[in-house]
Design a protein around this ligand. Structure first.
Ligand code: TNX
Length: 486
């Protein structure tokens, strides 16, 4: 049986093999723009380990035998992200109505090859792919992960490796937590002290830094090439010490705060009575919107314990007008549902206290329950990294739940799922990998696969097979005792 993660909606295994040999070509139809790009992406993915030439060529008048065909089809039932993959002893045929579907089919195909395919050096292997038919499309449109670059900053090279990981598992949203008490991480023209001062440090004084707008644009484009939309978050009105340290005028008392390198939450607030606060947010949101091809700007809204509750609601209602003025929709942590919010807005559930209030108002939700999806929770009491305020999150805790049963929310209100990785305790890419794997892959499967196809015992086995792949890729992961690693 296959070890695909996420498990496909439909898979009919055959009982033979297709062999990728030195005659193989990647045929594309039409031989233009996006399909050509995906053809090249696949060729680049397969060339290092196979050492095969794998030329990418126009499928018109070509014989499919021995080759991999990537083609746009009019199989609309597969939707914007679905694909159909057929592997016979003769040929590999991948068809999808949209390019995104082809990209996801390519990820499936890579996983059907042996783990050695992940090597960056040529391997002495016969490249067999089991025959069968896959028909696959996602359960949810929002399949996300969040990276907190505010507590500790991660440079674009590291964020790109995280993006690569999301793409492997058919995730399509990268939420970047770009500001918090400890750091402001995105250049805003005309507010240069945000990064010069607010971006200068991080938790324990480590990993300061920020993205220039050019670096950020490059990240957004890199993610888009793998069909991932970057969702920027500027946390407001709390979690704002870095901004309050950069500009005295954002404080009610007009006195700049000291930079903060601890990990407490809930002590900072923008001054909600001052017009300069809204001028500031208008400038920030305008610039973020210009950098963002996606529909949503995340305005945070969590843990505003230092903000008056009535002022908080008015604030959210006012910010909710600023976001659409710049052509975007508002997303916020679930606390925003205490205010009057528009059905266009999205509430991100992390505790569950405000789920019902959000959907009553017609807003949709993204589910990020901390006790299941928080990648920064320790796996167990001996985990060297992470926190445990929401409990320990072993792999089964992350995997074995169904969003459709979430309290106070109907299936129709759920836009999808997202796994946040907060970085108070994380300094390096290797540490990110350790916390993400094998839980990020569990959330990816929850986001993509039909509940009827999901099963913990099956996931355990498939995750073990991916461990072999992660070894070849040089990825760091948690060797959970719940999984029989190979
Ligand atoms: C709670 S989750 C927070 C973050 C912390 C995280 C640590 C949320 C919306 N707020 O500020 O980083 O816990 O797990």
């Amino acid at each position: 049986m296959h070890s695909l993660i996420p498990v496909p909606a439909e898979f009919t295994p055959g009982n033979a093999l297709f062999v990728l040999n030195h005659h193989a070509r990647i045929l594309i139809e039409p031989a233009a723009s996006e399909v050509l790009r995906i053809g090249n992406f696949l060729a680049n993915a397969l060339r290092p380990a196979t050492g095969l030439a794998l030329p990418v060529a126009d499928a018109t008048n070509a014989d499919a035998r021995g080759n991999i065909l990537l083609a746009l089809s009019d199989d609309r039932a597969l939707g914007d992200e679905g694909y159909a993959l057929e592997i016979t002893t003769d040929a590999v045929t991948l068809r999808a109505p949209r390019a995104a579907g082809l990209f996801y089919g390519v990820q499936t195909l890579r996983q059907l090859l042996p783990p050695a395919i992940e090597s960056q050096t040529q391997q002495n292997e016969i490249w067999r792919i089991p025959t069968g038919v896959v028909r696959d499309a996602p359960r949810y449109t929002w399949r996300g992960a969040m990276l907190d670059v505010a507590r500790h900053f991660f440079k674009t090279a590291d964020v790109k490796r995280f993006i690569d990981l999301l793409a492997r598992y058919k995730m399509n949203r990268l939420h970047l937590h770009l500001s918090d008490d400890q750091g402001w991480r995105i250049e805003i023209k005309g507010w240069d002290k945000l990064t010069a001062i607010g971006g200068s440090t991080g938790v324990d004084g480590k990993n300061g830094g920020y993205f220039t707008q050019d670096e950020y644009r490059d990240l957004v484009a890199y993610a888009a090439e793998q069909y991932i939309t970057v969702v920027p978050e500027i946390d407001t009105p709390g979690h704002t010490n870095a901004a309050l340290a950069s500009y005295a005028e954002l404080n009610c008392d007009g006195v700049a705060r000291a930079l903060y390198t601890g990990i407490e939450v809930g002590f900072s607030s923008l001054c909600l009575d001052k017009e300069i606060t809204y001028k500031f947010l208008d400038d920030v949101i305008r610039e973020l919107a210009a950098l963002t091809p996606g529909a949503y700007i995340h305005i945070g809204g969590d843990e505003a314990h230092a903000t008056d509750p009535d002022a908080y609601k008015k604030f959210v209602e006012r910010v909710e007008k600023i976001v659409p003025a710049h052509g975007k929709r508002m997303m916020g942590w679930e606390e925003i549902a205490q205010a009057k919010i528009s059905p266009q807005s999205v509430a991100q559930i992390w505790r569950g206290e405000h789920s019902a209030r959000a959907v009553e108002q017609g807003a949709r939700v993204v589910l990020s329950p901390a006790s299941k999806t928080y990648l920064d929770m320790q796996y167990n009491e001996t985990s060297p990294l992470g926190l445990h305020w929401a409990g320990y999150v072993e792999v089964r805790d992350a995997y074995d739940w169904d969003p459709a049963t979430w309290q106070g929310v109907g299936a129709e209100n759920i836009l999808g799922v997202e796994a946040p990785l907060w970085s108070e305790t994380l300094l390096t890419l290797r540490e990110i990998e350790y916390m993400a794997l094998p839980r990020l892959t569990a959330i990816a499967e929850i986001g993509w696969s039909p509940q009827t196809q999901r099963d913990w015992n099956s996931y355990r086995e498939r995750a073990a097979a991916h461990g072999a792949r992660w070894d070849v890729m040089g990825l760091n992961y948690y060797r959970s005792p719940q999984i029989d690693w190979q």
